[in-house]
Design a binder for this molecule. Structure first.
Ligand code: NI
Length: 256
């Protein structure tokens, strides 16, 4: 049985058949899934899904690209959401310099605030970082986020930086990109990072793995990601599933 560590089933592309997709999970080997907030609205929607389905947990947080919606008042609301029982992490939070807005200073400020929040409530963080390797690393070390723990989701940087994060105790989130033909860098990361530090994720509905690249993604595609990791690391598929499931439990504190 697999744990999906990162998905967005509140996305409108699931509006027509969300119930059908979600109720197919357990019969297809997906034991638990974490629905990750990316804005205030999707945080609320994630928590609602977690209340509806026993096998869904939520993460509460604001993605760097949406940090311009934050202010002191709604940040207080976010803090309250993060404390809720089925909220297992603060995320996704971080830096995304791929887009020009919000300004870097705005992104950095709210990244820092959400790291402080996670420390306060003793929950791990889900880090999103795109085209911002150095600033992300600097803030994580400045804030001593190794004490907080968490996952670097959809990891896309160098092998040496991945190993630095592993040394700090972070998990490395591996998703559909590892199955892409042009994913040499991610494959090198998978080779170098111990399987004990890897968790499986799809980022559904985005980033569907081969052979479904370009289509709507669901957690049922985690098997393709696990198979690819098994091939790269030359270990069995069952070992990949068993060890990454254990890792996901430890990461999010899900022991049911
Ligand atoms: Ni995501």
């Amino acid at each position: 049985m697999i744990i999906e560590t990162h998905a967005h089933y509140d996305d409108e592309v699931f509006d027509a058949d969300r119930e059908i997709v979600l109720s197919s999970m357990c019969d297809n080997g997906i034991m638990y899934l974490v629905n990750v907030g990316a804005s205030l609205e999707s945080t609320a929607a994630s928590i609602k899904l977690a209340q509806q389905y026993s096998y869904i947990y939520a993460a509460a947080g604001v993605h760097p690209s949406h940090t311009d919606q934050l202010n002191e008042d709604n940040f207080e609301w976010l803090c309250e959401q993060c404390k809720k029982e089925k909220v297992v992490a603060v995320g996704e939070i971080g830096l995304d310099y791929h887009w020009e807005t919000p300004e870097k200073d705005v992104q950095k400020r709210w990244f820092g605030r959400q790291l402080d929040l996670a420390r306060q409530i003793k929950k791990p963080v889900i880090i999103h970082s795109r085209d911002a390797a150095k600033d992300t690393y600097d803030i994580i070390t400045e804030k001593n986020a190794a004490q907080i723990g968490g996952v670097i989701h959809c990891y896309s940087y160098s092998v040496s930086m991945a190993l630095d994060y592993v040394k700090m105790g972070f998990y490395i989130g591996i998703g559909g990109v590892v199955t892409f033909k042009n994913s040499k860098k991610v494959r090198e990361v998978v080779k170098a990072v111990p399987i004990e530090n890897i968790v499986l994720e799809t980022d559904s509905p985005y980033l569907a793995p081969e052979p479904h690249r370009g289509k709507r993604n669901t957690s049922l595609n985690l098997v393709h990601i696990a198979k690819e990791i098994a091939a790269i690391k030359m270990i069995s598929y069952d070992d990949v599933v068993c060890i990454t499931t254990k890792n996901a439990r430890t990461l999010y504190g899900i022991y049911q």
